[in-house]
Design a protein around this ligand. Structure first.
Ligand code: AQP
Length: 336
């Protein structure tokens, strides 16, 4: 990874769990911003497979999803020559630092994490320790790279905040070791909601028919999902998430893929019905995702190329991560 000689470039780390197929929410809330930021930062983007196993995954599906995800990252516009695209489990420093940080993470603060509360309600048969200590692993992911910025959707903000608390606690005991990262949350698209239950986040693992749209859905599947999207019994197209969550979510999506502002969208659809609005949003999404789907299919067919990318990514990431890990081991008193 090239760095500017006169001034070190700032660093970004982010990742997505391969816990299912990437959704429009993963793209608009995360990857789209990674692409925007990637020209100006040194970037590390991972397939967070270690996080994914906090919920049971079928091994063959997990392997396939990870490979598909690498292809999708590249198809969305990330340049594997300038960004480190890597698989989390291939950089052992993540697991190693996670253990150290879990000794500087408090039971009380982990208990307040909304993702833990949500997931332990959803998966009552498997409330495992990994689900609970997930934020310590996420803190390790970020702090290993001395990241300045963590581009995430709104739902992950709490995890970046606990990461900052853990880093400050550690620095407070041992002196400056970790850079304190900032979350970067997009103004539009930070929380894309389910098309069927617009008060709930669009999630990869949601099984409600038509609730999620995926990056690799065909144009027909996308149009069907948008035409069936839940709105309300009113007729006005107006941004009002409390009163009109379905319409507001569609406006968020439309704004995010066209860069039009909410007043522009309201003016565009004034006096038009929901039917026309939903079709126009669907068509805009189809056109945004078409090149991503086509490129992903092409890349996914070339497994050797994908292997080259993730091996090179793990090497670049491992180099940076091990530098931090060595410093941490020294600070805590492990014999060198
Ligand atoms: N609906 C969304 N709107 C905006 N941003 C979103 N993100 C995910 N869903 C939305 C952002 O994508 C990044 C990757 O998320 P993740 O897969 O690591 O974790 P998650 O938030 O738990 O994603 P899912 O889809 O809800 O996965 P499951 O169903 O497995 O729990 C993060 O930056 C997230 O904010």
């Amino acid at each position: 990874m090239e760095t500017n000689n006169t001034e070190a470039r700032k660093i970004i780390l982010s990742g997505i769990q391969p816990s299912g197929k990437l959704t429009l929410g993963s793209y608009l809330g995360a990857i789209k911003n990674w692409v925007r930021l990637s020209d100006n930062y040194d970037c590390y983007f991972m397939m967070a497979d270690m996080h994914a196993i906090t919920v049971r995954q079928e091994p063959a599906t997990l392997r396939k999803t990870v490979l598909e995800q690498i292809a999708e990252y590249i198809a969305c516009g990330l340049d594997p020559d300038s960004c480190a695209l890597f698989i989390q489990s291939q950089v052992p420093a993540h697991a190693e630092l996670s253990w150290v940080l879990s000794c500087y993470t408090m039971f009380g603060e982990l208990s307040r994490m909304t993702q833990f509360k949500d997931k332990s309600t959803k998966h009552t048969e498997n409330i495992n320790a990994g689900l609970f200590t997930y934020p310590a692993l996420m803190a390790a992911d970020i702090l290993l790279y001395q990241a300045d910025l963590v581009p995430v959707g709104d739902d992950q903000k709490q995890h970046v905040e606990i990461c900052r608390d853990i880093a400050q606690r550690f620095n407070g005991v041992y002196g400056d070791t970790f850079k304190i990262p900032e979350p970067f949350i997009p103004k539009v698209g930070a929380r894309i909601m389910s098309l069927q239950e617009p008060t709930m986040k669009m999630s990869k693992s949601d099984t409600t028919a038509g609730g999620c749209v995926y990056l690799l859905d065909s144009p027909d599947e996308l149009m069907r999902a948008f035409k069936r999207a839940v709105t309300d019994s009113d007729t006005e197209i107006r941004y009002d998430p409390a009163e009109k969550p379905g319409v507001s979510n569609l406006m968020q999506i439309y704004s995010s893929v066209t860069d039009k502002s909410f007043p522009e969208i309201e003016a565009e659809f004034a006096g038009k019905g929901y039917g026309a609005f939903k079709s126009t949003v669907g068509e805009a999404v189809v056109e945004t995702l078409r090149p991503i789907r086509e490129k992903t299919e092409e890349l996914f067919a070339n497994k050797d190329y994908l292997a080259e990318i993730y091996r090179a990514g793990a090497q670049k990431a491992g180099y940076a991560a091990n530098k931090t890990l060595r410093k941490v081991y020294k600070r805590v008193g492990f014999v060198q």
